[in-house]
Each structure stands twice: as structure tokens, then as C-alpha cells.
Design a protein around this ligand. Structure first.
Ligand code: MN
Length: 195
């Protein structure tokens, strides 16, 4: 039995980047819907009692879609904090980003372009291989880098439900604004504890 995660901030904490209204639909309706669907699908299936990541790696069809969306949203909602000026990573992750992209700005540019350029619904991800190398990838639908043996670190949801109430069709503006609310301590924690 899976349960809806609690948000680690107040419902209006991410405004104006993500409004309380968007958060209430996205977390309270969309994510809750995936949780309900998965709980209805699991009894009697080969995946009953398995961990979420295992289901995502092994299932297909509706079981995969709902498990994938729960894993994706759990990582998404727990990577944010209230808006902060000059928000940027520090520590090992910042050093690795500079090593691979030359600068944090160059990294942001590629991440935004891959999010804006993803056709249809999906997610843009920063993930790490076990040796610490980083990569940005586009994942359609409910897919997650764990399916490729990577450790997911940061993700921007480009399903329209993530931004349409606040930004309508302006997906690139939404993606640019999200940098202000990334909790880089949490992303760094995911990077440091990978494996
Ligand atoms: Mn979503």
C-alpha cells in the first residue's frame, strides 16, 4: 500500500514560481490519483509488496505508468524550497557540473532546452552514474533514469498539469523560473549518497 507523500513546505511556499492552486491540483489530485491507481492495480499482481523502484524497473503497462509517476513526483516535490535569489548548487555537485559543462549557466541552458524541446508529456532529468558522472536526459511519459541504472538527482516535470494554470503554454518561462526554488542541499544529498 503506497501513500501520498507530505510536502516538506507550506502549500503557498513556492509561489509565485508554483502557485498554491497548481500545487494543490498537482499534489492533491494528480499524484493522489496515481497512488490510488497503483494501490488498486497491485493486489494479485506479481509486484504486490515490492518497493516502488523495483516496480518501476520491472513492470509495464498501467502498473509501470502509475508507479513511475509516483516515483517521479516524489522526487520532484521533495527537491523544492521557497524561492531564493542567486540559487545555485555548491559542493561536490557544483564542482562536477563545472567540470562537465564548464559553468552552472551552461548546464542550466542545456537542461532548459531539453525540457522545452521534449515533445508531449514527460520529464527532463539530471542523473548520475555510479562513478559520479552526470547526464541530462529526456524521459517520455512516466519514465525515470533508474530504468537505465542511473541515480535520479533533479527533475523538471513538463506535463502540462505541472504549469498550465500558472504559465499556460509558456513552458520555457516555467522551466526558467523553477531554478529559483530548487533545494540544492537535497539534490547534493542525492548525489553524495548515490549507489
Ligand atoms: Mn506531474
Amino acid at each position: 500500500m503506497f501513500t501520498l507523500i507530505n510536502l516538506p513546505y507550506a502549500p503557498d511556499a513556492l509561489a509565485p514560481v508554483i502557485s498554491a492552486q497548481t500545487l494543490s491540483f498537482h499534489h492533491g489530485k494528480h499524484l493522489q490519483g496515481y497512488v490510488n491507481n497503483l494501490n488498486n492495480l497491485l493486489p494479485g499482481s506479481p509486484f504486490e509488496g515490492m518497493e516502488l523502484e523495483v516496480i518501476v524497473r520491472k513492470a509495464d503497462g498501467a502498473l509501470f505508468n502509475n508507479a513511475g509517476q509516483i516515483l517521479n513526483h516524489n522526487l520532484y516535490f521533495t527537491q523544492f524550497q521557497a524561492p531564493k535569489a542567486d540559487n545555485a548548487p555548491a559542493g561536490n555537485l557544483a564542482a562536477q557540473i563545472e567540470k562537465q559543462w564548464g559553468s552552472f549557466e551552461a548546464f542550466q541552458k542545456e537542461f532548459e532546452a531539453k525540457g522545452a524541446g521534449l515533445f508531449g508529456s514527460g520529464w527532463v532529468w539530471l542523473s548520475a552514474s555510479p562513478d559520479g558522472m552526470l547526464q541530462i536526459s529526456q524521459e517520455a511519459g512516466a519514465h525515470n533514469p533508474v530504468e537505465k541504472g542511473l541515480v535520479p538527482l533533479l527533475t523538471f516535470d513538463v506535463w502540462e498539469h505541472a504549469y498550465y494554470l500558472d504559465y499556460q503554454n509558456r513552458r520555457p518561462d516555467h522551466l526558467k523560473a523553477l531554478w529559483n526554488i530548487v533545494n540544492w542541499d537535497e539534490v547534493e544529498r542525492r548525489y553524495t549518497t548515490r549507489g
